[in-house]
Design a protein around this ligand. Structure first.
Ligand code: APR
Length: 234
């Protein structure tokens, strides 16, 4: 089976009612990144950071996977599908996708602010000041903040290098190192971009854009792949 690698961003969860970051009315219109998504924000005001993620965790937990998440899960019947997501919701997993790699962490997990190895599933529970790990340190969201290492970057690069098709859905490609994954797509491997707005012209020469919302766009892309015989050739 062919290997399809999909890079998703906040746009794929927009139809599930979750805000993107940089669209009009997005999260970064309401919150200052430097106050909630930086390690310095954590040292400056843990309570503010915890509240920001407690709100987003509840929203993500109450959201449902949309047609795009479901279409990607069903695509596993036709191809070997690896999803690399920048999203911290678990809508891909809840839609049934079996190979999901989170680059920026997950809202449903928490870790020790001191010892990275202490990492637990918290579902939709809040994290409060005073929620301590066995080592006595404060629990923090298992989110990769700006300026922190992206531990899953190397496995993500290896996936992209073995892709027979690379699909980008719902990301502005403005945050690194995630956006640099495009550089690892092998020559003459097609890049599809599904996004209702124009994506950075820097990539225009190399990709085919489906200028649609995620669910309509992924359906169109899969139809095109079927018509071109992509799934029938090994
Ligand atoms: N369907 C598909 N794409 C959409 C939709 C939709 N319904 N609605 C919006 N989009 C597109 C926007 O046009 C934009 O290109 O989704 C993209 C969202 O971009 P951002 O808001 O920048 O989100 P993202 O690219 O995921 O941000 C990357 O930045 O703040 C950090 O860690 C955070 O993971 C996040 C990273």
């Amino acid at each position: 089976m062919k290997h399809i690698v999909v890079l998703t961003g906040a746009g794929i969860s927009a139809e599930s009612g979750l805000s993107t970051f940089r669209d009009k009315g997005g999260l970064w219109d309401d919150y200052a990144i430097e106050e909630v998504a930086l390690i310095h924000a954590w040292t400056a005001d843990k309570e503010k950071v915890l509240n920001f993620y407690n709100i987003r965790r509840k929203e993500a937990f109450n959201a449902e996977p949309n047609g795009a998440h479901v279409a990607l899960a069903s695509l596993e019947m036709k191809a070997n599908v690896s999803i690399i997501t920048q999203n911290v919701d678990s809508l891909h997993e809840r839609a049934g996708s079996s190979n999901v790699l989170h680059l920026h962490g997950r809202l449903d997990r928490a870790k020790s602010e001191f010892n990275e190895r202490y990492n637990i599933d918290i579902g939709s529970d809040d994290i409060r000041i005073g929620d301590l790990c066995p080592d006595g340190h404060q629990l923090r969201p298992d989110i990769v903040w700006f300026g922190e290492e992206v531990p899953n970057m190397l496995p993500a690069i290896n996936l992209v290098k073995s892709a027979d098709l690379f699909i980008v859905i719902g990301t502005s490609l403005t945050v690194y190192p995630a956006a640099s994954l495009l550089d690892y797509v092998r020559k003459n491997v097609a890049i599809y971009v599904i996004d209702p707005s124009d994506v950075h012209p820097m990539y225009a020469a190399h990709y085919k854009q489906f200028k649609q919302k995620a669910s309509a766009g992924i359906d169109m892309a899969i139809k095109e792949l079927e018509n071109s015989g992509f799934f029938s050739t090994i």
